[in-house]
Design a protein around this ligand. Structure first.
Ligand code: PLP
Length: 392
């Protein structure tokens, strides 16, 4: 059999027979979602306040152990908020990987700031600490008022780590580098709810981290996100500017700075609580699904499955395989054939994102060498990963 056909047959052997099978789908079966939604409707508490927002934030506090959790309308908004409370303003640079969902760079652009792309390592698919250190040594200069890019004359205002597909990046090493330069480290943990490095939840290594509850994430609130931080002042500022910067008062409308309307509605939070109650079962199902994929493809040459990094527990948000042919062009051509055949058969596999530095709006953004980013980007394929796909 041809490579593509035997690989697809192996993947299919793990999955139930119905087609099409999407990459990741929401699931409210065996949850209290209906009951909690009904409570919102019956009480009239459907908007940006209410008990479900409070319990959603409390639940997330328990899971992540973050001191403060602020629920917002989506992950992109949470990122923009994390950047803002850490002082990122227009015409400053934010270092981040190019291998990420576009929102990581967009949130920075929404503030008028500019992404500066750093290469990844193939083990975690996150920023390579050596590449970050080398890039900073090469282009950055520490002054009294911050770290400046000598080549562009712009301040380097933050570093954003991304935990790709739920696999923890090298946060311990990256944080040490960020601290040595005095640049705040932030974490895009949008995909990493329930993922830990050295028993610390992703999103808790730097000044602030974010989660997403978009429709295809591990749990979904329809649309939603959260900001995590251990810093009391940052948390206070985030709550303030995400609720129109209104000074609380019985009747006066007084706002002391330009704010946003970012808070998560109660009706969305109710959905979130219902799924957090079954989060550990979901993560176990995903971990098991990944094991089954790993077993099914182990006899096929030139393909590996991505496993959690050492000292880490991943939520395995998306099971991901990698074509290991030496020539990246050959890998990407085979990947295209595989995707075509898979889609014809109703298996909605996905290639990893187009690297951000190759998108038209980021083509002129500053960056270091991105060899490993481009190489990995030509080889990775996401497999259907909904926990409900696990055959029982
Ligand atoms: C989903 C995602 C986001 C954005 O979250 P939304 O809730 O869709 O705005 C940001 N970064 C990464 C890596 C994501 O996967």
């Amino acid at each position: 059999m041809q490579f593509e056909s035997s690989l697809l047959a192996a993947i299919s052997s793990v999955l139930p027979p119905d087609r099409p099978i999407a990459l990741h789908e929401p699931d409210f079966k065996n949850t209290a979602a209906q009951k909690y939604l009904k409570d919102c409707l019956d009480s009239g508490w459907v908007s940006t306040n209410g008990k479900w927002v409070n319990s959603f934030e409390e639940y997330l506090t328990q899971i992540t152990q973050a001191k403060h959790v602020i629920a917002v309308t989506n992950g992109t908004v949470a990122l923009r908020l994390a950047l803002t409370i850490n002082g990122v303003i227009s015409n400053e640079e934010v270092m981040m990987p190019s291998l990420s969902f576009v929102a990581t760079a967009n949130a920075c652009s929404h503030l008028g700031a500019i992404p500066h792309f750093i290469d990844i390592e193939k083990e975690t698919l996150g920023i390579d600490p050596i590449a970050l250190q080398e890039r900073l040594d090469q282009i950055a200069e520490k002054k009294n008022d911050g770290v400046w890019n000598k080549q562009t004359g712009r301040r380097i205002a933050a570093i954003v780590v991304v935990h790709v597909f739920g696999h923890p990046a090298q946060t311990t090493k990256l944080r040490a580098i960020a601290n040595s330069w005095g640049v705040p480290l932030l974490e895009d943990a949008a995909e990493a709810l329930g993922s830990f490095r050295e028993n610390i939840h992703c999103g808790r290594f730097g000044k602030a981290g974010i989660l997403s509850f978009n429709g295809n994430k591990l749990i979904t609130t329809g649309g939603g996100g959260a900001l995590l931080t251990d810093d009391d002042e940052l948390a206070k500022h985030a709550r303030h500017i995400s609720t129109t910067s209104k000074i609380p008062h019985q009747w006066n409308f007084y706002h002391d700075e330009i704010g946003w309307n970012d808070r998560l509605p109660n009706i969305n939070a109710a959905l979130g609580v219902a799924q957090l109650e079954v989060l550990s079962q979901r993560i176990s199902a995903k971990r098991k699904l990944n094991k089954e994929y790993a077993y099914a493809i182990k006899e096929i040459s030139n393909v590996d499955i991505i496993l959690e990094p050492i000292n880490c527990t991943s939520n395995y948000w998306l099971s991901t395989i990698k074509l290991t042919h030496q020539d990246p062009l050959q890998a990407s051509e085979l990947r295209l054939k595989l995707l075509k055949e898979a889609h014809l058969k109703g298996l909605l596999l996905r290639p990893v994102w187009q690297p951000l530095h190759q998108l038209p709006m980021y083509i002129n953004a500053p960056h270091g060498d991105l060899f490993k980013t481009e190489d990995q980007a030509s080889r990775l394929i996401n497999l259907p990963s909904s926990p409900q796909l696990l055959k029982r």
